[in-house]
Design a protein around this ligand. Structure first.
Ligand code: ATP
Ligand code: MG
Length: 315
């Protein structure tokens, strides 16, 4: 199976401003990719290039295995929620989706079925017959996501689908997006500033800064670059804490230990550069090898927001 997205040397300038530096990117099919970066990093420009709305100055790409010199075919295979999507205010949600499904060549019956299925998917079934003019911002964003799915796209680009939504709305939209990737098997490129939610739903993150990829990988991998120390807690029965302290202070994964207020708990700080996933099992093994009755080993996950701030500072 070809990659969902592959690009090499993709670049774009607006006058003297280079918005996208030569970009290399490959995305496996089925990935839910968090596409992050501060304002002006180039996220929208890249999305517009990959959806063939904007022509790059240089470089080559394929989307869903289709080369960039076949833009019409790419458009048939992708779905997009643009950064600022407009809606036909005088139509109902159902009419909007039916109309788009017809544009993609579906018969009247097919198009109605598609509209109903998608309204249900994004939680708008009960408002199917309400005019878009009467939709809240969250409902509009969900309609926009449904519209992006009308042609059963292999790759879906969502440019800030949670923009302007309240916390409950953000959560709802992210759940819908998680479902798109997991149930429909589509590749999703999700541009957003909600880092905590990205940590929850995305398989992989790419962080852009000033048109360049400054980080690319799994959440833990990317969070590892953050300078912030990673902490955790080890719980042991009170009479084993002293022995636990001895084992942990000799453990190469641990940079620092302290006894916490709770008498049966030891607070550990991991050595720099280690992920919790790497350190956790080793710490647990060292304790078990010493025959200690471990009650819990709990390591805080590296935070994506720390990595983000470190990587995008000073621009
Ligand atoms: N049509 C345009 N004309 C001139 N400059 C542009 C245009 N579109 C984008 N830019 C510039 O290109 C750079 C990247 O912009 P882009 O919109 O791709 O960033 P972004 O990561 O999507 O930002 P945001 O998070 O604010 O949406 C910015 O410096 C922006 O000012
Ligand atoms: Mg943008």
């Amino acid at each position: 199976m070809p990659p969902a997205i592959a690009c090499t040397g993709l670049s774009k300038s607006y006058g003297p401003r280079q918005a996208v530096q030569p970009l290399e990117l490959e995305v496996e099919p089925g990935t839910l990719l968090g596409f992050l970066g501060p304002n002006g990093a180039g996220k929208t420009s890249v999305i517009r290039i990959l959806t063939t709305i904007l022509t790059p100055d240089a470089g080559a790409f394929t989307v869903a295995g289709v080369p960039h010199d076949r833009p019409a075919e790419i458009r048939r295979r992708v779905g997009v929620l643009p950064e600022s999507a407009g809606y036909a205010e005088g139509q109902t949600g159902e009419q909007v989706l039916t109309f788009f499904a017809r544009l993609y060549g579906q018969s009247g019956t097919q198009a109605s079925a598609t509209a109903r299925e998608l309204l249900d998917l994004v939680g708008l079934a009960e408002r199917a017959r309400t005019l878009v003019a009467g939709y809240s911002r969250g409902m509009r964003q969900r309609l926009g996501i449904a519209r992006a799915l009308v042609n059963r796209p292999e790759v879906v680009f969502l440019d800030e689908p949670t923009l302007g939504l309240d916390p409950a709305g953000q959560r709802q939209v992210l759940q819908v997006i998680g479902g798109i990737a997991r149930q429909r098997g589509s590749t999703v490129v999700l541009s957003t500033h909600l880092l905590a939610e990205v940590e929850e739903v995305c398989d992989r993150v790419v962080i852009l800064n000033a048109g360049r990829v400054v980080a690319d990988g799994g959440i833990d991998e990317v969070a590892r670059v953050a300078a912030a120390p990673r902490q955790g807690r080890v719980r042991l029965p009170a009479d084993s804490v002293a022995a636990g302290l001895r084992v942990l202070s000799a453990s190469p994964e641990v940079a620092r230990i302290a006894r916490s207020e709770a008498r049966d708990e030891i607070v550990v700080e991991l050595r720099e550069g280690l992920t919790p996933a790497e350190a956790g099992p080793r710490i647990l093994r060292a304790l078990l090898d010493a025959d200690l009755p471990v009650l819990a080993v709990e390591l805080d996950r590296g935070r994506l927001s720390d990595a983000f701030l470190t990587l995008t500072a000073d621009t």
